[in-house]
Design a binder for this molecule. Sequence first.
Ligand code: ATP
Length: 235
Amino acid sequence: MLRIEGLCAGYGEIQVLTDVKLDVGRGEIVAIVGANGAGKSTLLRTIMGSLAARRGTVRFEDASISGLPAHRIAERGIRLVPEGRRVFPNLSVEENLLTGMYLAPRAESARRLQRVFALFPVLAERRRQLASTLSGGQQQMLALGRALVGEPKLLMLDEPSLGLAPKAVEEIFLTLAELRGVDSGILLVEQNARKALALADRGYVLEQGRVALEGRASDLGSDESVINAYLGGNA
Ligand code: ATP
């Protein structure tokens, strides 16, 4: 579904990604793990079109999306749940969710809201509350819900566990496991490598902007030398 080849990207003088090759299949969960600064967020930004690739190709459903602006890429069915959640603090929970549906037919909105409320009942209870009043875990649910109401074919998440209490992390990962399969794919960036690899089907280890390793997530996640060599042993 997503095929990236020879991708190079960076900021100004700095080249961050070098010759990245990566695939996500339909219904697949793929984890990208790696140390701080390895280029994981940069990769998601480049796929989403908010950062221009310098070289290489990004294809989605057999069509090139390289060079398209982010809103066109969103129209093709890709959604990013950004690092730090970025919910709108002064909008209510429901209003935040509605911003994720700007491309959807109006008649669809009630059904899509209900689907998110079924996944996260606490958001239904708090639908009229300002997003700023939610806990970190609830804001992450809201950020995920805002992406899901767009019914993406590819859902990308940047560090969903960042700054959350263990119980909230557990809940988010359980939800991602529930979303597995059907038609959509998930591309997950995480510093919590063990958790990400325990959930994913396949994984990639990014090291200084290059793919250092790839393979079945269960193989990568159970290989202590991988954890120690590439993830600082603290994954
Ligand atoms: P983290 O987990 O810390 O977010 P990461 O693997 O996602 O790490 P990136 O955020 O992609 O890494 O950063 C990769 C490199 O690019 C780092 O050296 C970082 O300092 C640099 N970088 C990131 N964003 C920018 C920017 N907007 N301008 C300049 N350099 C940047």
